[in-house]
Design a protein around this ligand. Structure first.
Ligand code: F6P
Length: 327
């Protein structure tokens, strides 16, 4: 593959923020500048790209951010970018700045836009997977997932203390609109009696059976984990169904956006640093229209067309394990 003599790139974060995005920005900036490539930061994702909200980034611009959650470049969702006219403006704005390629850090929606921008405008784009949902096809890990998982786990451990002290049933709701990765992993790690994920129908009867098995063994408290799915607060409906069917009163705790914030774990900082570095190297190698992802512990390029619009499934093995261990 031909080496590219790229001189100026842009970097942005888009979609829901995820802990470790700052570490990724830092890695992109420092890798690029070390290779004598200038870097421009785009604020607020695609919206900032359309509005021309940019800033030059130096080595010092990314000092003291590796430990910070959120994103110094800010983030957002941009429905306008669904239109090809908007993508044409974005291409124009980037070219006007003398930018030759874009590193887009975000999730599925971000990559969808990046894929179209690259295809329609012939503009080189590399994607870096950053979302707490861990639901990007083609990568086994996304930046922010490990931190969110550990935040949710800490919350569950705390709630268990209260559940045990008061002989209570709790439903803890975690994030995940379309995917149950946080729910299933935190369910296994936190010893949940049942896990509800968007990928499968909520089985209230199964949850009731799990609670009853516990009661028969002398257990006085239980924790159920539910991914929010399409409705934040769906756990209140689940609690009501359980009350009506079995008479158990459940307390609901919706963890919400606290799962998105906070300092990234070591694992997320390292992942972000590796992927940011790989994104710049990929551009230097002339790659475009790809995401840099993790497969079997290695960083690999994956064509956008092979990862956007595809669903990464929660492994059945984990679903079965969560169920088996609740016995
Ligand atoms: O970042 C992904 C995610 O956290 C989803 O799990 C969740 O449904 C969604 O973002 C909510 O984001 P917001 O409230 O920022 O739109």
């Amino acid at each position: 593959m031909a080496e590219s003599t790229i001189r100026k790139i842009a970097v942005m974060t888009s979609g829901g923020d995820a802990p470790g995005m700052n570490a990724a920005i830092r890695s992109v900036v420092r890798t690029a500048i070390t290779s004598k490539i200038e870097v421009v930061g785009v604020y607020q994702g695609y919206a900032g790209l359309l509005a021309g909200k940019t800033t030059p980034l130096q080595m010092s611009s990314v000092a003291n951010i590796i430990q910070r959650g959120g994103t110094i470049l800010k983030s957002g969702r941009c429905p306008e970018f669904h239109k090809s006219e908007a993508r044409a403006i974005a291409g124009q704005n980037l070219r006007q700045l003398g930018v030759e390629a874009l590193v887009a850090i975000g999730g599925d929606g971000t990559f969808h836009g990046a894929h179209l921008l690259s295809q329609e405008q012939g503009f080189p784009v590399i994607g870096v997977p950053g979302t707490i949902d861990n639901d990007i096809f083609g990568t086994e890990e996304t930046i922010g997932f490990d931190t969110a998982l550990n935040t949710a786990l800490e919350a569950i451990d705390r709630i268990r203390d209260t559940a045990a002290s008061h002989d209570r049933l709790f439903i803890v709701e975690v994030m995940g609109r379309d995917s149950g990765f946080i729910a299933i992993d935190v369910g296994v790690a936190g010893g949940a009696e049942e896990v509800f994920i968007p990928e499968t129908l909520a089985n209230v009867d199964q949850a009731i059976q799990a609670i009853q098995r516990g009661v028969q063994r002398g257990k006085t408290s239980s924790i159920l984990v539910a991914a929010e799915g399409q409705k934040v607060g769906r756990s209140y409906d689940l609690a009501e169904q359980i009350r009506r069917k079995a008479g158990y009163e459940a307390k609901v705790c919706v963890l919400g956006h606290i799962q998105r914030g906070g300092p990234p774990t070591a694992r997320d900082r390292i992942l972000a640093s590796r992927l940011g570095f790989a994104a710049v190297r990929a551009l230097q190698q002339g790659l475009t229209n790809v995401m840099v992802g993790m497969q079997a512990g290695q960083v690999v390029p994956v064509l956008f067309k092979d990862c956007v619009n595809k669903k990464r499934r929660v492994p059945q093995e984990l679903i079965d394990l969560a169920h088996l261990l609740s016995h």
